[in-house]
Design a binder for this molecule. Structure first.
Ligand code: FES
Length: 168
C-alpha cells in the first residue's frame, strides 16, 4: 500500500493538480468533468466542509432600522471583519458565512442574486442555498443581535442559527 506521500506524488495526482491549477490560473470555467476532477464527486473523496469559524461576535457598522430600510436583496460585505455577509430580505435581517462549504475558500461578494466562489465555481443564492457545485452544503447562518436597543448590529460567528432565522 502506498504511503500518503507516494499517493500525493503519483503522476496521476500531479497531472490532476496541474490541470486544476492551470484552469484556475487562466480563469477558465471548469466543465462538469473538470470540476469533478478538481474536488467534486466521482472517484475523488468528497472534501470535508471547513469548520465553522468560532472567532466570536463582531460589531458591524449597520443598525437594524437602517438595514430594514434598504431594499430586499441588500448585502453588506463584512469579509474583512469576520468573513461574513449581513443581508436583508422580505423576512428581515440575517447573516451568513463567506466561507465556501466545498474547500473553504472565501466566496466573492454577492452579485445580483448570486454568490460565486472563485476557487472552483460553486454558486449560492442570497440565502446561502446551493445553486451550482461542486459545493453541496449551504452557507452557514449566524446570529444577529443589537449591541444596544437601536444600536449597532452584532454578528456572532461562534453561534450558528437556522437559515430561516431573521431579525425583525
Ligand atoms: S472552495 Fe471549491 S468551490 Fe469554493
Amino acid at each position: 500500500m502506498p504511503t500518503a506521500s507516494e499517493t500525493l506524488n503519483h503522476p496521476h495526482h500531479l497531472d490532476r493538480r496541474i490541470f486544476c491549477l492551470t484552469a484556475l490560473a487562466t480563469g477558465g470555467v471548469l466543465a462538469a468533468g473538470g470540476a469533478l476532477a478538481c474536488g467534486g464527486a466521482g472517484g475523488v473523496p468528497a472534501p470535508t466542509p471547513p469548520p465553522v469559524p468560532t472567532n466570536g461576535p463582531h460589531t458591524t457598522s449597520d443598525t437594524k432600522a437602517g438595514l430594514l430600510g434598504t431594499p430586499d436583496g441588500t448585502a453588506r460585505d463584512y469579509r474583512n471583519l469576520g468573513n461574513f455577509f449581513l443581508l436583508k430580505d422580505a423576512g428581515g435581517i440575517y447573516a451568513m458565512t463567506a466561507i465556501c462549504t466545498h474547500m473553504g475558500c472565501t466566496v466573492g461578494a454577492p452579485v445580483g442574486t448570486q454568490i460565486t466562489c472563485p476557487c472552483h465555481g460553486s454558486q449560492y443564492d442570497l440565502g446561502g442555498g446551493n445553486l451550482l457545485g461542486p459545493a453541496t452544503v449551504p452557507l452557514v447562518h449566524f446570529s444577529v443581535t443589537e449591541a444596544t436597543p437601536g444600536g449597532a448590529l452584532v454578528v456572532n460567528t461562534a453561534q450558528t442559527v437556522a437559515a430561516s432565522t431573521r431579525l425583525t
